[in-house]
Design a protein around this ligand. Sequence first.
Ligand SMILES: Nc1nc2c(ncn2[C@@H]2O[C@H](COP(=O)(O)OP(=O)(O)OP(=O)(O)O)[C@@H](O)[C@H]2O)c(=O)[nH]1
Ligand SMILES: [Mg+2]
Length: 459
Amino acid sequence: MTDTISAISTAIGEAGIGIVRMSGKDSIEIANKIFKDEKIEKLKDGENRKLIYGHIVDPEKDEIIDEVLIVYMKGPYTYTREDMVEIYCHGGVIPVRRILELTLKYGARLADRGEFTKRAFLNGRLDLSQAEAVIDMINAKTDKSYDVSLNQLEGSLSKEIREMRDILLNMIAHIEVSIDFPDEDIEEVTYEQLEEDAKRVYKKIDNLLSTADRGRILRDGLNTVILGKPNVGKSSLLNAILRENRAIVTDVPGTTRDIIEEYVNIDGIPLKIVDTAGIRDTEDLVEKIGVDRAKEMVDKADLIIAVFDMSEDLSKEDKKIIDIIQNKKSIILLNKTDLPVKLNEKQIRKILPDKKIINTSIVKGIGLDELINSIKDMFYSGEMDIKNEVVITNVRHKNQLLKAKNNIEDGLEAIKLNMPLDCIEVDIRNCWKNLGEISGDTVTEDILDKIFSEFCIGK
Ligand SMILES: Nc1nc2c(ncn2[C@@H]2O[C@H](COP(=O)(O)OP(=O)(O)OP(=O)(O)O)[C@@H](O)[C@H]2O)c(=O)[nH]1
Ligand SMILES: [Mg+2]
């Protein structure tokens, strides 16, 4: 962390401006080697946080590279808490790249992915859950998932974790005093008190975990799989939801042969919608693979939209689909209601009494609103007030919470059995440690590397 890093921090492409930024103690010195301004000439310590107009020049050739604005920000009041310089040049691939190359030539090192944020974390400006929120904000696909990340960046999750760890640490302290000074006149820790504290932590962990499913959906989208026999209108449904001709639609059964995945945001609901090959027994090798893939998708689905064709009798393929969806969260579409009806609707309602069933004509746009509303009702009964709620969106956090939950359960068990205090302490300490990995208080280097490698360069 002693060297100075540099990276292009804006997206590479055609744009109004591009930003190259540096962090580290040599930032100002490197900038001064390549920045020229008619009046001021050099960035100075005193010019902290002042935007200066001038040119980036290649000192060797005395050649102007670009007309820029430059700012020097003195640590520790910066993103990384180190000295930083940002150069605002023209957007586009060439100017940012040339300026980056100059900073590297004059002493900076190319930053790794997420290295600015990693430094912010290591220098104590953010905790780990906040650093992770930064990447989630950048990747957010909907307003809601953005709000959750912003909340996390502001420290909502950190606060919850800190509160739990304080309780646990307090328990550990009491236990240790009781073990170390059994004869002294110190109030000994009681099993009742330990149980009460452990239950408080357990409840908090459980509350957080209960948000994880919804959190994952907010972050990755509701994994929605469209299933049905060939030619019922699955791809037509995908296109209707996306409002574009994404999938090929023909009246030939077996048109779709591979999985088609798209993201769409419907009234704030992030949907990852998957069109599949029609389920049937087939000799066609390619189609067969498609059918197998469709079946695989079912296991991962949060919701299945099963489509049936009203203009045909119930076939053996339809029955297979009914079997597949019996125990899955699903919505039934009885499609092609614009054609003469052959399918016995009562029969379907009888076999699938608990499922939501909607009559649709996808070509005529009938029933789509009802479908969307049903999806909304299923997952967002009422409006979610995300802003004031801590939601677990990150799988890593979920896994740490699950471990911590196990620890505290073991602890509670040990307390109930009146086990020796040092046995109980082990569970409490593990719980404290596992929660600490969420905030980054007890995290190892390889976990850090893994987390920050998911970032983009320049962040
Ligand atoms: N009359 C009528 N035709 C429809 C309706 N929905 C879809 N179709 C037609 O049914 C045919 C098949 O539609 P697709 O969307 O390709 O069906 P699919 O389920 O994706 O078919 P595969 O990919 O072969 O499994 C096309 O000719 C569509 O125009 C509907 O509501 N009414
Ligand atoms: Mg299709």
